[in-house]
Write a protein that binds this ligand. Structure first.
Ligand code: MRU
Length: 345
């Protein structure tokens, strides 16, 4: 995609402001780790792999502002904590911070300039590795979906949600690149934040992939009328037993897919697989502000004083998942064994 989600430019981090899409393509500049944390929390940047890479760049920015050698330890702990406390569900954030921490540990006693350079290099490597992983998993996914021409997706698991190319949308990109024809992609609007309507529809239009936008409640209708060959979604965290946390509403899609005999695929890099988390029950689910539910595009739609619930993610039981497409392999059941075999370091 021509639009860049994340860009490191001369020690500054540029993020396309995803809250303004599709109407405006504006970039936010982050010059320190606090601005990066704010951008993650406020959804300027969102999507599990994108959050991870952004946080890594936040660590590199944090190190640039340390002036004195003797302050390094305390200052870097503040940087790591500020970034870790932004969003709880996507494990890529914590995976990326753990990687940056190991680079920090290996270089903390040396020259400050060397530490800064190593952290910056590590963040840029992570960026490149994410794009490469998405391209590989896209290719594996395209081969898996060779007989599927009508696909449904939920939320945005595209270039905007990653360093580039995308996971679920990476599969669609790879299908297109390899000359496979895609007749129709149903995009759930994905209330309340509307990642499907605003971001996925925008990305697919840019790629000239045929998109049909539906509200979340229309998904059963299109499945019942035999208009969907396969579902492909991304993930925020895959537990060791194959349970998948993804955008709220994903579980409903998976149940409906099973009801209609439609394969339900999850596309994610191995950085999204958390082997230390035994099952979906242990995945922390982010609860977001009530105004995302009571308002649409800044306008109140609900009466004052109404109670709300706003979990940002749900968990899909592994029994509903047909396969998990990673950059290393397409993983099928039994997930506990096969995820370990594929993803263990
Ligand atoms: O709240 P968001 O927009 O960060 O949630 C994003 C999702 O749920 C995506 O489906 C997931 O991160 C996969 S992105 C490749």
């Amino acid at each position: 995609m021509s639009v860049k989600t994340i860009e490191w430019r001369d020690g500054e981090l540029l993020l396309i402001d995803q809250r303004r899409l599709p109407r405006k393509e504006v970039y936010r500049v982050c010059r320190n780790h606090r601005q990066v944390a704010q951008a993650i929390r406020n959804m300027v940047v969102r999507g599990a792999p994108a959050i991870g890479v952004t946080a890594a760049m936040g660590v590199a920015l944090g190190a640039r502002h340390i002036r004195e050698r003797k302050n390094v330890g305390a200052a870097m702990e503040r940087v790591f904590k500020t970034l870790a406390d932004t969003r709880p569900t996507a494990v890529n954030l914590h995976w990326a911070l753990a990687r940056m921490r190991s680079v920090y540990e290996a270089n903390k006693d040396g020259e400050l300039t060397v530490l800064r350079r190593r952290l910056e290099e590590a963040a840029l490597e992570m960026y490149d590795a994410d794009v490469a992983a998405n391209r590989r998993l896209g290719g594996l996914g395209a081969a898996l979906l060779k007989d599927s021409r009508r696909i449904l997706t939920h939320c945005n698991a595209g270039a905007l949600a990653t360093a580039g190319y995308g996971t679920a949308l990476g599969v669609l990109r790879a299908m297109k690149e390899s000359g496979m024809s895609i007749d129709e992609v149903f995009v759930d609007e994905t209330r309340p934040f509307l990642q499907g309507a605003r971001l996925t529809a925008w990305e697919l239009r840019k790629e000239d992939i045929p998109v049909t936008l539906i509200t979340d409640s229309m998904m059963g209708y299109v499945m019942q009328r035999n208009r969907v060959d396969a579902v492909v979604v991304g993930a925020d965290r895959v537990a060791a037993n194959g349970d998948v946390a993804n955008k709220i509403g994903t579980y409903t899609v998976a149940v409906m897919a099973q009801r209609h005999g439609i394969p339900f695929y999850v596309a994610c890099p191995t950085s999204t697989v958390d082997l230390s988390c035994p099952s979906g029950a242990e995945i922390p689910i982010e609860q977001r502000a009530e105004d995302e539910v009571t308002h649409i595009a800044g306008r109140r739609i609900a009466p004052d004083g109404v109670n709300t619930l706003n979990p940002a993610f749900d968990v899909t039981d592994h029994s509903l998942v047909s396969a998990i497409i990673t950059e290393k392999a397409v993983v099928t059941a039994p997930y506990d064994k096969n995820l370990r075999d594929t993803c263990a370091p």
